[in-house]
Design a protein around this ligand. Structure first.
Ligand SMILES: Cc1cc2nc3c(=O)[nH]c(=O)nc-3n(C[C@H](O)[C@H](O)[C@H](O)COP(=O)(O)OP(=O)(O)OC[C@H]3O[C@@H](n4cnc5c(N)ncnc54)[C@H](O)[C@@H]3O)c2cc1C
Length: 373
C-alpha cells in the first residue's frame, strides 16, 4: 500500500501548515487559557476550505494533523463540525435539508455541534433518555445533553433522541436543530482538563419543537447514523493524536539538543535518546495506521475493513500520543510542567484522545467484534 500524498493533498497540507504557523501557534496558548477560539480563527479555517464536507479525505487528514500540531482544540471543533454534523447531513439528509443546512455550515461559516452524550449516557447509547414526541408537524424534544463541543457557538445541532423508548438504542432518531429554536438552551460549560479552547457545554432541551422535516435519515435510524458517522470521527481523532505526538517529538528533539546538564546536551544521554526513539517509532506507526484508514475512507465510506482500520488507528494513535506527551514532559524536566512551554498543553490535550467519541476500551471491543465476524 502506498501512502504518499498527491500534489493537491500536499498543497492542502502546506496551506494548513502555514496557517498553523502564522495564525495559530502564536496565540494558541493564550486563547486556550481563555477557553475560546475567536471567530476570526474559525473564519480562517473556513477560508482554507477546512469546514464543510471535505472532498478529499486524505488531504483533509493531512491538514488536520498540521492544525493539531499547533492547537488541538481547533482541530476538535473542525472534526465535530465536519464528520459529526456535515457528513451525516450530506449522507442521510434529503435535498431540502442539504440545501439549507450544508450551505449554512459551509458558505455561511456557521458552526455545527453534535449532541449525543448525556450525564448518564456515554459509551452506552441505550442509556440515552432525551425524548422526541410527535405532535402535529413537529417533534417535541426534552432532555439534557452533556459534552456538546461548540454547543455555545453552533447554529446547527444534530441531536439524538428517543422516538421509541421501548426499543432502547434502536428507538433513537437524529434531528437537525437550529440552535435558535425556543426550548434549546446552553447550560454550564464543562470545565475540562484539556482541549480547553474547544468549549464543551451542557445543552438543555425543554419542549423544544423541531419540525418533522428536520428528522434526519428516517425514524428510529439514529443509532445506525451515529455508528456510520463515528467511522470518520475515529480517523479525525487519530489525526489529532498524530499531530500532538509529532509536536511532542519535534519539541523534545529541539529541547534535548539545547538543554545542557553535566556539561553536555541532554541529547547525549542514552536515557533521553531511547525516549526520543520510542516516540518517533510510535508516532510513525500511528501516522501509517491513520493514513491507511483515511485512504480506505477516501475510497468509500463503506469500504471493507474500514471499521477495523479506523478503530485501530484511533486506539493506537491516541495511546501513542499520550506516551509521547508523557516522554516530552519528562525530557523538558520541571520546565515541561510550566505553562510557559506548550508540552503541558499537549499532555492535557492528549488525554482527551483516548476518551472522546469512543474510549480505548470501546475501540478494543469494536476491533475484537470485527475479528470475530
Ligand atoms: C473533550 C471531549 C469532547 C467531547 N465532545 C462530545 C460532543 O461533541 N458530543 C457528544 O455527544 N459527546 C462528546 N463527548 C463525550 C464522549 O463521547 C464520552 O465522554 C465518551 O463516549 C465516553 O463516555 P462517558 O464519558 O460517559 O464514559 P462511560 O461510558 O461512562 O465510561 C466510563 C469507563 O467505562 C468504560 N466502559 C464503558 N463501557 C464499557 C464496556 N462495554 N466495556 C469495557 N469498558 C467500558 C469506558 O471505556 C471508561 O473507561 C466528549 C468528551 C470529551 C472528553
Amino acid at each position: 500500500m502506498h501512502f504518499a500524498l498527491d500534489e493537491h493533498q500536499r498543497e492542502v497540507q502546506q496551506q494548513a501548515r502555514a496557517f498553523a504557523a502564522s495564525t495559530l501557534a502564536p496565540v494558541a496558548a493564550e486563547y486556550d487559557r481563555q477557553g475560546r477560539i475567536p471567530p476570526a480563527i474559525i473564519g480562517g479555517a473556513a477560508d482554507l476550505g477546512l469546514l464543510g464536507c471535505e472532498r478529499d479525505f486524505v488531504g483533509y487528514v493531512a491538514a488536520l494533523i498540521e492544525i493539531s500540531k499547533a492547537w488541538a482544540s481547533l482541530a476538535a471543533v473542525i472534526s465535530v463540525h465536519n464528520s459529526l454534523v456535515c457528513y451525516p447531513i450530506a449522507r442521510f439528509g434529503d435535498e431540502a435539508q442539504k440545501k439549507l443546512y450544508l450551505s449554512m455550515l459551509t458558505d455561511r461559516k456557521q458552526l455545527g455541534c453534535y449532541a449525543f452524550a448525556e450525564p448518564l449516557a456515554g459509551s452506552d447509547a441505550g442509556a440515552i433518555s432525551t425524548t422526541a414526541v410527535a405532535d402535529g408537524d413537529h417533534f417535541v424534544l426534552n432532555g439534557h445533553k452533556r459534552f456538546v463541543t461548540s454547543g455555545r457557538q453552533a447554529r446547527v445541532a444534530i441531536i439524538y433522541a428517543l422516538t421509541d423508548p421501548s426499543k432502547g438504542r434502536d428507538g433513537l432518531s437524529a434531528f437537525i436543530v437550529d440552535t435558535y429554536t425556543p426550548g434549546f438552551s446552553v447550560g454550564e460549560t464543562n470545565e475540562m482538563l484539556g482541549l480547553r479552547g474547544s468549549e464543551a457545554v451542557d445543552v438543555i432541551l425543554k419542549d423544544c419543537r423541531v419540525p418533522k422535516a428536520n428528522l434526519l435519515g428516517g425514524l428510529n435510524n439514529g443509532f445506525a447514523i451515529a455508528r456510520t458517522v463515528v467511522e470518520g470521527g475515529r480517523i479525525d481523532i487519530a489525526a489529532q493524536a498524530v499531530g500532538i505526538g509529532e509536536a511532542c517529538l519535534e519539541q523534545s528533539i529541539a529541547k534535548a539538543k539545547d538543554r545542557r546538564q553535566f556539561g553536555r546536551p541532554i541529547a547525549e544521554f542514552e536515557a533521553i535518546q531511547w525516549m526520543v526513539a520510542d516516540m518517533s517509532t510510535e508516532i510513525d506507526a500511528a501516522r501509517l495506521l491513520t493514513f491507511r484508514a483515511a485512504a480506505k475512507r477516501a475510497a468509500s465510506p463503506d469500504a471493507a475493513g474500514l471499521t477495523m482500520a479506523a478503530a485501530m488507528a484511533k486506539l493506537f494513535a491516541s495511546e501513542a500520543a499520550n506516551r509521547a506527551a508523557y516522554n516530552a514532559l519528562q525530557i523538558f524536566g520541571g520546565h515541561g510542567y510550566l505553562t510557559e512551554y506548550p508540552v503541558e498543553r499537549y499532555f492535557r490535550d492528549a488525554r482527551a484522545m483516548t476518551l472522546y467519541e469512543e474510549t480505548s476500551e470501546i475501540e478494543r471491543l469494536v476491533i475484537e467484534r470485527e475479528l470475530a465476524k
